[in-house]
Design a protein around this ligand. Structure first.
Ligand SMILES: Nc1nc2c(ncn2[C@@H]2O[C@H](COP(=O)(O)OP(=O)(O)O)[C@@H](O)[C@H]2O)c(=O)[nH]1
Ligand SMILES: [Mg+2]
Length: 259
């Protein structure tokens, strides 16, 4: 079985077309090739009607299920999705964005190409990729990639693409170490794969940026850069500094009632 996790935050407008396409496409695949697929939407903290919309698709397609969490964050949602997929003993566990920047065909292409690898990640920078993105996003993506390659010595050209699939044993091994890296979630997964010597393949994909991004704040690129630097320190002999800093920050937030 392949589980496709879709983290969803206030997606009432963008998720219907995605669930319609993914639900239909993978039911058809199941009929033709026997590939069993579960589409697991992980909603959290949504103030719009994402839950109602997803419930309707759950009734319409037997391969669509969902979790509704109270705490927020894409990384947290994906980890909860991982745990649920492990409970259901899924052989392959992947995730994809709710806005269909990756089509079901492109996601299936990832699955088909995993070969002997332990995981496969979609890449918008590898030769052969077909990408529609603004020049601003392309520029930021390149900058982030240079930073992560420098910090973690990765061979990957794109760590941030929202479509990735891993074998069950990989998820089992790393799932308990994935929290606390919210802004560096994908990098953390790939770092843990590297430490555990899991072979991860990078595969050129088809990607089209969609309107209505949930990640619009100009602070996000800064938080992401800070997130990977923090993660690098956390995985080094300097981790004590990071821990002390986090404790200090938590105290300040609590004292001033900042959240
Ligand atoms: N569950 C959950 N999903 C989130 C959260 N923030 C973003 N997402 C999801 O992450 C995916 C990527 O977000 P998107 O807005 O398309 O980001 P962009 O395309 O990178 O600008 C979408 O499926 C969002 O619904 C969150 O706080 N919780
Ligand atoms: Mg998007």
């Amino acid at each position: 079985m392949l589980t496709i996790i879709i983290p969803a935050y206030n997606e009432e407008k963008r998720i219907p077309a995605t669930l319609e396409s993914y639900g239909g496409f993978f039911l058809e695949k199941e009929k033709k090739s026997g590939l069993k697929t579960k589409i697991l939407v992980v909603i959290n903290n949504s103030s719009d009607n994402t839950l109602g919309v997803v419930e309707n698709y759950h009734k319409k397609f037997k391969n669509i299920t969902y979790l509704n969490l109270i705490r927020g964050g894409k990384g947290y949602a994906t980890v909860e999705g991982f745990k649920e997929a492990l409970r259901k003993d899924s052989d392959f566990i992947g995730f994809v964005d709710a806005d269909m920047a990756t089509s079901p065909e492109a996601f299936y292409d990832l699955y088909k190409n995993i070969g002997k690898a332990q995981g496969i990640i979609a890449s918008r920078w590898k030769n052969g990729a077909k990408v529609k993105r603004s020049s601003g996003k392309l520029f930021r993506s390149k900058g982030f990639n240079i930073l992560t390659r420098f910090l973690f010595l990765f061979p990957y050209q794109d760590t941030q693409c929202g479509a990735k699939i891993f074998r069950k044993n990989v998820v089992k091994e790393i799932v308990d170490n994935l929290e606390s890296a919210e802004w560096a979630f994908d990098v953390n997964i790939l770092y843990l794969c590297k430490v555990n010597k899991f072979k991860i393949k990078e595969h050129p994909t088809i990607w089209e940026d969609k309107e209505g991004s949930k990640i619009t704040s100009i602070k996000v690129p800064i938080k992401m850069a800070g997130g990977v630097i923090r993660l690098r320190l956390l995985k080094s002999p300097f981790k004590v500094i990071v821990r002390a800093y986090d404790k200090f920050l938590a105290k300040i937030i609590k004292m001033h009632n900042l959240i």
